[in-house]
Design a protein around this ligand. Structure first.
Ligand code: ATP
Length: 356
């Protein structure tokens, strides 16, 4: 963390909350960054109800940080963990059959939809999705994250959102909010230890509901974390939501790459543009001896990207902090350091390319 950001945190430690503690001690500060003297961060209230009373504190925080040398301007936003304890549980029947034939399920207020896919499970597709969402939000984009991995939803854990989603009118679902990102997951609609035992049509119905019945509002980009493989959810998304493009995540290992090719072939068949590939877990840098080990090999994804004529968008190392912060619901891209910078570069590249 830079010295200026450390001083900003120290300054915020001085600002007492009316009900005790500070924004720092109560872990309410998210996505803090400084760019050419302009400091930006998000205060995340535990619920929408609490957030309603926090505007004076937001304004006070914005004023207080201007006292720090190196901060010339400050923008502090207020968000809430929607669906806190007092929010009503959704009355929707999730998991019905899809409706409307081939009609589009693309929300009109969403500018870009990025599908994050992989051929094989466990290669880091959800990790990339959550970190990319956070990095885009840090870059000032209005971001949504839809966890479409219906059988194995991991975004509630990775984004640190335990609340159940709410639907005040029983028709429209209010998305949850974490780290400046609107988030919706089938995991936020179900009881934690209930298995989802739906088949094709119900999966497609659930995707349709999460696209079109969630109040996404105006978004620059909606990141869709797909299930692994080439099944009904992927095909429905491509045919009915017309994603702006797909990003395929793979490890450099042969077996993962073989499956990634199938995913790539599916997107080509469905005429969804492939924006590029991401190599995840490419290199391990030992923090003790400094040695670098290619645990899953190296370079395979770059070769595949070249063969297809699409960019290699990022090569991300196998990294303990990535795993720990994902498990703790605080994506590594929230902080600083080499991996956070790699995600910031990836976000920047997608924004510059006009796809986010
Ligand atoms: N670069 C990385 N370094 C270290 N651990 C990682 C990295 N990327 C992902 N992981 C870890 O690997 C595990 C699997 O990652 P993740 O859930 O993102 O994969 P996935 O492709 O979405 O899997 P699935 O398709 O089965 O849901 C997680 O524990 C995650 O924290």
């Amino acid at each position: 963390m830079s010295d200026v950001l450390k001083q900003v945190r120290a300054q915020l430690e001085q600002l007492e909350l009316p009900d005790g503690g500070t924004l720092i001690s109560r872990d309410m500060v998210r996505a803090m960054r400084i760019d050419a003297g302009h400091l930006r961060f998000v205060i995340e209230a535990p619920s929408a109800q609490v957030a309603q009373h926090m505007e004076p504190l937001r304004a006070a925080a914005e004023r207080a940080v201007l006292a720090v040398d190196g901060v010339d301007a400050a923008t502090v936003a207020l968000t809430a963990h929607e669906g806190g304890a007092e929010a009503p549980a959704p009355q929707l029947k999730i998991g019905g059959h899809p409706k409307g034939g081939d009609r589009s399920i693309r929300p009109a207020s969403v500018r870009s939809i990025l599908a994050i896919a992989s051929g094989k499970g466990g290669v880091g597709k959800s990790t990339v999705s959550s970190n990319l969402a956070v990095a885009l939000a840090k870059a000032g984009q209005k971001v949504g994250l839809l966890d479409a991995d219906i059988h194995g939803p991991s975004q509630p854990r990775m984004m640190g959102v335990n609340a159940r989603a709410a639907s005040p009118d029983g028709k429209v679902i209010t998305p949850l909010q974490a780290h400046g990102v609107k988030m919706m997951s089938i995991g936020s609609m179900m009881e934690a230890d209930k298995a989802v035992i739906w088949r094709g049509p119900m999966l497609m119905g659930a995707l349709q509901q999460m696209m079109s019945q969630v109040d996404w509002g105006d978004l620059d980009v909606l990141i869709v974390d797909l299930p692994p493989g080439t099944g009904d959810v992927q095909v429905t998304l491509c045919q009915r939501a017309a994603p702006t493009g797909a990003i395929v995540v793979s490890t450099p290992q042969d077996v993962a790459l073989l499956d990634a090719r199938k995913a790539i072939d599916m997107f080509q068949t469905l005429k969804t543009p492939i924006l590029g590939l991401i190599e995840n877990m490419s290199l391990f840098h030992c923090p003790h001896c400094g040695e670098e080990t290619e645990i899953f090999g190296h370079g395979g994804v770059a070769d595949e990207a070249e063969r297809l004529g699409v960019p290699l968008l990022a090569a991300l190392p196998i990294d303990l902090e990535t795993r720990l912060s994902g498990d703790a619901g605080q994506p590594v891209a929230l902080g600083e350091g080499a991996v956070a910078e790699a995600y910031a570069r990836l976000a920047d590249r997608l924004v510059q390319g006009g796809v986010a």
